[in-house]
Design a protein around this ligand. Structure first.
Ligand SMILES: C[C@@H]1N[C@@H](C#Cc2ccccc2)[C@H](O)[C@@H]1O
Length: 437
């Protein structure tokens, strides 16, 4: 182990009540919204094949043209309360909202730049409306903030000259003032979700970012910040040079998921996921595979079964509307969550051998165990292998607690639950299991 001045601030999970609350969310919503929603992945009739929120970086998009778009931003359909209601009905316990993406456009009236919502035809503070609406709906608010800021003159991807260094020092102070401003303006914020911290310029700022991290945490008790913010002494992010995670949870699962508990290294973690293959901001022409609600429910259950949170992205259009595909997905997930949230909220990893029929989750408070079934064996036999002498005493469908299922004990820690559905299953089914531990 090396002695690090700016490595992991803690070994092992945070155990305070704020983090315990975060750990038990299960399901969150991501909102990516900004001026990139105006072109929606097209420019002058051409289709942009990349992620819509990155369209400014497209060679076919003149930077000066993009940088004028905010003067058209006037989302007349925007209704923060409707968005919050939809998220609540989907079963999301928290939301992560883009305050500023890589293009540098601020959805709040920051006093440190003119490139903000205040200077659009819309004028009003989007972040304030969203924070208040979600908070009122009982959905905790987290703020996404991109360190990369293509609009700021002092931003650098790398520092090569003395001029770069001076410019970047000014950019660091600008970044710091915006972050303090956000927490000052929106004290309901429970955490910051940082992005765009992969530049070498940022990765050389271990001392500065360590101080900033402390300053931000001092502003809001219990503030939660993931592993994508601080670099260590050697520019490592997520894990320091000694392999210890920096931040309160691992932010390494973007559009991908772990398959085993070993891959999450005993840390808290989140998975942030898009409905199409790779669109966070609004793209009017989703191509490639668009995930169904069943696929997304399986990802949610898989994340919880491995001790993480699953955060599903929504990309509202330039008028402030949530697109039809996302509205349908939210309703279908919400319908399943209505009768199955028991296996998601306050649940985590059960260290039993993974079986083909699906995933286990366990309620951290009651120790009640769940089998969430995605694959029905034609045998009608659901195998369970318990560790060290744990016996299965009872099993029943979550939707029918009085209908006990037949359990066959097959020798040391092997059990078979017999279940054959009477009708065609189009959504995951949950079996509750009672044990003698
Ligand atoms: C949460 C997501 N992170 C951002 C990114 C990215 C990215 C950029 C380059 C290579 C791979 C990923 C996306 O624009 C979105 O905000």
């Amino acid at each position: 182990n090396q002695t690090l001045k700016y490595g992991a601030e803690r070994i092992g999970k945070r155990t305070d009540r704020h983090m315990e609350h975060w750990r038990n969310y299960g399901l969150g919503q991501f909102i990516h919204w900004g001026v990139y929603a105006i072109p929606g992945g097209h420019w002058k009739g051409k289709y942009y094949p990349g992620a819509a929120e990155w369209i400014r970086s497209w060679k076919e998009m003149p930077k000066e043209a993009y940088d004028e778009l905010y003067k058209q931003f006037n989302p007349k359909q925007f209704n923060a309360k409707a968005w919050a209601r939809q998220a609540k009905d989907m079963g999301a316990k928290y939301v992560i909202i883009t305050t500023k993406h890589h293009d540098g456009f601020c959805l709040w009236p920051s006093e440190f730049t003119d490139y903000t919502i205040a200077n659009t035809p819309y004028k009003r503070d989007i972040i304030k409306q969203l924070v208040e609406a979600y908070d009122e709906a009982g959905v905790d608010v987290y703020l996404y903030f991109s360190i990369i800021d293509w609009n700021h003159p002092g931003y650098r991807a790398k520092i090569e000259t003395e001029e770069d260094r001076v410019a970047y020092d000014g950019f660091k102070e600008f970044t710091r003032k915006q972050l303090l401003e956000l927490l000052e303006l929106y004290p309901q914020t429970k955490g910051l979700w940082f992005d765009g911290t992969w530049d070498s310029a940022w990765k050389e700022q271990a001392a500065y970012v360590s101080d900033l991290d402390k300053e931000l945490r001092a502003m809001i008790p219990g503030l939660i910040i993931g592993s994508r913010f601080r670099p260590d002494d050697f520019g490592n992010r997520h894990f320091d040079a000694n392999g210890n995670m920096m931040g309160d949870y691992e932010q390494g699962w973007e559009r991908k998921m772990p398959n085993t508990i070993e891959e999450v290294h005993g840390n808290d973690w989140d998975c942030v996921m898009t409905v199409p293959e790779n669109q966070w901001g609004y793209h009017s022409d989703w191509r490639g595979h668009v995930k169904t609600s069943n696929e997304l429910i399986e990802m949610l259950v898989k994340a919880v079964s491995l001790g993480g949170n699953f955060v599903l992205n929504f990309g509202p259009d330039g008028n402030g509307s949530i697109r039809e595909e996302e509205t349908t997905i939210a309703a279908e997930i919400g319908e399943w969550m209505n009768s199955n949230a028991t296996v998601i909220y306050n649940c985590g990893h059960l260290p039993w051998e993974k079986q083909d029929w699906g995933y286990y989750t366990v309620n951290r408070k009651t120790n009640e165990k769940y089998m969430v079934i995605f694959n029905h064996p034609i045998s009608g036999m659901y195998k369970i292998q318990t560790p060290d002498k744990i016996k299965i005493r009872k099993a029943y469908l979550l939707e029918n607690p009085s209908g006990e299922l037949n359990i066959e004990a097959c020798g040391e820690n092997k059990f078979i639950v017999h279940y054959r559905s009477s009708q065609k299953q189009t959504k995951p089914v949950v079996i509750v299991i009672k044990t003698d531990d």
